[in-house]
Design a protein around this ligand. Structure first.
Ligand SMILES: [Zn+2]
Length: 171
């Protein structure tokens, strides 16, 4: 799948888009029929760092694009009606069956995306407060790994959150 670089039709009324410069002379696609303007923004996502009793790192094997079949932090895109921390909580439960709360914000990183062109991922250290481990619809598998013997994780932002955690706990 290729990300949408330049949409052709209006998302609001379906009319054909035109181009015009905005007040900063940046060319924007807009709809002459209804006035809707297309802005290309990074898509917000949240990623969960879950540690075991001996600082093992919890990873899921991804079922879906991007990068199906690889291991990664539980993560997903922020819905319009939730905060990034709420997104981390709901993605964790959806993908693993574990119920957690966002204990600490670890930072954010931008990364290019094969689907959304550019994604901004917010990282959270999660505290598990309940639930039962059971890989959900988005995950093929889920397990803890020794933090210094991790499988390859294809997302730069996830690796950066792991680096932050290793530094924080001196692992
Ligand atoms: Zn329109």
């Amino acid at each position: 799948m290729q990300y949408i670089d330049k949409p052709i039709y209006c998302l609001s009324c379906g009319g054909k888009l035109s181009e015009k410069p905005d007040e900063n002379n940046k060319i924007r696609r807009y709809c002459p029929a209804c006035g809707w303007t297309y802005y290309a923004n990074p898509i917000p996502a949240a990623a969960c760092v879950v540690l075991g009793d001996n600082h093992e790192l919890f990873l899921i094997k991804r079922r879906n694009e991007p990068k199906p079949g690889t291991w990664a932090l539980p993560s997903g895109y922020v819905e319009i009606d939730e905060t990034s921390a709420e997104c981390a909580v709901h993605e964790l439960e959806e993908e693993t069956g574990l119920i957690g709360e966002a204990e600490e914000f670890l930072g954010y990183f931008f990364q290019s995306s094969s689907i959304y062109q550019r994604v901004i991922t917010f990282g959270f250290l999660m505290k598990i407060i309940g639930g039962n481990l059971k890989p959900g619809d988005d995950a093929l598998d889920a397990q803890y790994f020794p933090i210094n013997k991790l499988p390859e994780i294809p997302f730069i932002s996830h690796n950066k959150f792991i680096t932050i955690i290793k530094k924080k706990f001196d692992l």
